[in-house]
Design a protein around this ligand. Structure first.
Ligand code: SF4
Length: 418
């Protein structure tokens, strides 16, 4: 009997990509296909972060129903918010939560429709999320979030913060470092809360990782301002810590931060950022424009405040409504066009700041070359700025120290010959 073909459709973030990988390796009785049209079974690893994300999943199911009508299973964050409804409507054959992902082979063989939402407290055993080339690895160190930002559904679908086992993290990094990996990027839903449940801390973990032979640079995903503790500050001069931190502010108006139920306070954020500036750090942040209640007055204040802080990178989004969150019912709603204009306004400000920061650097750039594209070797320096290098030798996977380079508005350029 020929085996059924299964196709994975993954929506959303890096965590979902990771979960899909785990499911694929747990499958025994199916053949995985990359061709959706020939699939007998489709597993949708869904995202529910905004209303738009929910409609994407529903639209995708409708498309499958109209075309190849495979058997459909739903997992991922959307399983928690939309799973029951879709199962009742008979549109999916089964629903399972992230904690059940390694059971996928058994679940898919069940003849009945099932709803196995699992446990929001589970902790993953595997810690390696993804490799980039042969030199960088993403390491997942925690899952879930204890914050309750008004616009965010994540804590309700990913659960409270819990840390992955420290010895497993160190074991994995040791293995990878022995195999030539030099840069490690730590990730998690709310990375900086690592250790709150295990009487440890991000700083303690970082120190232990730095002792592993072969670890050259450690980068962190997003952390929160209050997670830059005194203990963490003691590590800021360590050579293995990337000289770039991504600290999520989400906004720079004190009123808006309150509306968003954020734990950061603008004046303290500004002090923290200037302290980090003195330490030579580049700093990136997340920012949401167009959140309900963002009047013109609040916006003006936010822009002025943003100009007054040290920022070199920006990850800005326009607000996207998510039913079931406090922000969804707040008024006044801001129209999408205004939100986009505001986003572009702050992007331009931070681009200028980034250019000025790069021009002011006097230290050599320490670059890990990741890829070769369109005639250039591409890599990032210790400030997380991109550099494009011309060279007649293959540089991919190499670390370079670059003193002579040209700073252009879009990125830095250099020539390297042995
Ligand atoms: S910190 Fe706020 S935005 Fe980030 S996952 Fe937690 S609740 Fe969501």
């Amino acid at each position: 009997m020929s085996r059924e073909k299964i196709y994975f459709k993954t929506f959303g973030c890096r965590t979902n990509l990771y979960d899909s990988q785990v499911m694929k390796s747990a499958l025994k009785d199916y053949d995985i296909t990359e061709n959706e049209a020939e699939a007998d079974v489709v597993v949708i690893n869904s995202c529910t972060v905004t209303n738009g994300a929910d409609s994407n999943v529903r639209n995708y199911i409708s498309k499958l129903e109209k075309t190849t009508s495979p058997k459909i299973y739903l997992t991922g964050c959307g399983a928690h918010t939309k799973g029951e409804e879709l199962l009742k409507e008979g549109r999916v054959a089964g629903v399972f939560g992230q904690s059940e992902k390694t059971q996928i082979n058994k679940l898919l063989s069940r003849p009945d429709g099932f709803y196995e939402i699992g446990d929001l407290q589970f902790v993953d055993e595997a810690v390696v999320g993804e490799f980039i080339g042969k030199s960088r690895a993403f390491i997942k160190i925690q899952e879930g979030c204890n914050f309750r930002c008004s616009y965010c559904i994540i804590p309700y679908v990913r659960g409270d913060a819990r840390s992955l086992d420290e010895s497993r993290i160190i074991e994995q990094i040791t293995k990878l470092a022995a195999n030539g990996f030099g840069e490690f990027i730590l990730t998690g839903t709310n990375l900086g809360s690592y250790g709150v449940d295990t009487k440890s801390s991000l700083a303690k973990l970082l120190k232990k990782i730095s002792y592993v032979r072969g670890v050259r640079r450690i980068r962190l995903g997003s952390i929160e301002p209050i997670q830059v503790t005194e203990e963490f500050k003691e590590l800021l001069d360590e050579p293995w810590l990337e000289k770039h931190l991504h600290i999520a502010l989400q906004h720079t108006s004190p009123k808006m931060l309150k509306l968003m139920n954020r734990r950061n306070v603008y004046n303290q954020d500004r002090e923290l950022f200037s302290f980090l500036q003195e330490k030579g750090f580049a700093i990136g942040t997340d920012f949401i424009t167009g959140h309900p209640g963002e009047t013109q007055e609040i916006w003006q204040e936010a822009v002025e405040n943003l100009k007054n802080i040290h920022l070199t990178h920006l990850h800005a989004f326009t607000y996207s409504k998510r039913d079931g969150t406090p922000s969804a019912t707040l008024k006044p709603q801001i129209n999408g066009k205004t939100a986009k204009e505001r986003l572009h306004e702050i992007e331009a400000i931070v681009q200028e700041k980034n250019y000025a920061f790069r021009k002011s650097q006097t230290r050599p750039l320490v670059v890990l070359i990741e890829s070769f594209k369109e005639g250039y070797y591409h890599g990032y320096d210790q400030f997380f700025n991109q550099i494009k290098v011309k060279s007649s030798i293959d540089l991919v996977g190499n670390w370079l120290e670059i003193t002579d380079y040209e700073v252009k508005p879009e990125c830095n350029y250099a020539v390297f010959e042995a």
